[in-house]
Design a protein around this ligand. Structure first.
Ligand code: MN
Length: 202
């Protein structure tokens, strides 16, 4: 059972003007596809090829670097597409909204914290909102295609929201201006889905 590229849940131009069509086409169709192809190559003929991507990620220290990079890439991007929506933006309400306010002070403070985590991640990586093992919210970042679900992560937890800060996620439209990309992406965050992931993780 080979891993496959999940379809985008919206058209490639649906997140315009915040995230442009060509970026989405290349990011999903080329970069994510390459992670899937190279993950399958790295696991070819091995019994671990039948494991779920979640199981692989949670036990990533047992796998070679090609699986860490490409399996992480597949897991992270599969989640990332579902965190975005053309009808997204605004602020989360309900239990997630309350938890964000009580943890970070306000939604604005939370945004600042995530944007700082993304802007200060040197090179390529991700900024995350996680549910920690003691069921608290925390913001962190990881390098490359690592994520907080990996057993090697510095800060561990279940990711419920993440922002890709690789240059391939924003360079065509924003060039070197990562903070501009980080400011724009909040307009297309699918809080309804993040709230579902939160409910599952706590
Ligand atoms: Mn990416």
């Amino acid at each position: 059972m080979a891993f496959t590229l999940p379809a985008l849940p919206y058209a490639t131009d649906a997140l315009e003007p915040h995230i442009d069509k060509m970026t989405m086409e290349i990011h999903h169709g080329k970069h994510h596809q390459a992670y899937v192809t190279n993950l399958n190559k790295a696991l070819e003929g091995k019994p671990e090829a039948n494991n779920s991507i979640e199981d692989i990620i949670k036990n990533i220290s047992k796998y070679p670097m090609a699986v860490r990079n490409n399996g992480g890439g597949h897991y992270n991007h599969s989640m990332f597409w579902t965190l975005l929506s053309p009808s997204g933006g605004g602020e989360p309400s309900g239990e997630l909204g309350s938890a964000i306010t009580s943890t970070f002070g306000s939604f604005a403070d939370f945004k600042t914290k995530v944007n700082e985590a993304g802007a200060t991640r040197f090179g390529s990586g991700w900024a995350w909102l996680i549910v920690t093992p003691d069921k608290k919210l925390a913001v962190c970042s990881t390098p490359n295609q690592d994520n907080p679900l990996m057993d090697i992560a510095e800060v561990k937890g279940t990711p419920i929201f993440g922002i890709d800060v690789w240059e391939h996620a924003y360079y065509l439209k924003y060039q070197n201006r990562r903070p501009d990309y980080l400011a724009a992406i909040w307009n297309v965050i699918n809080w309804k889905h993040v709230a579902e992931l939160y409910a599952k993780a706590v």
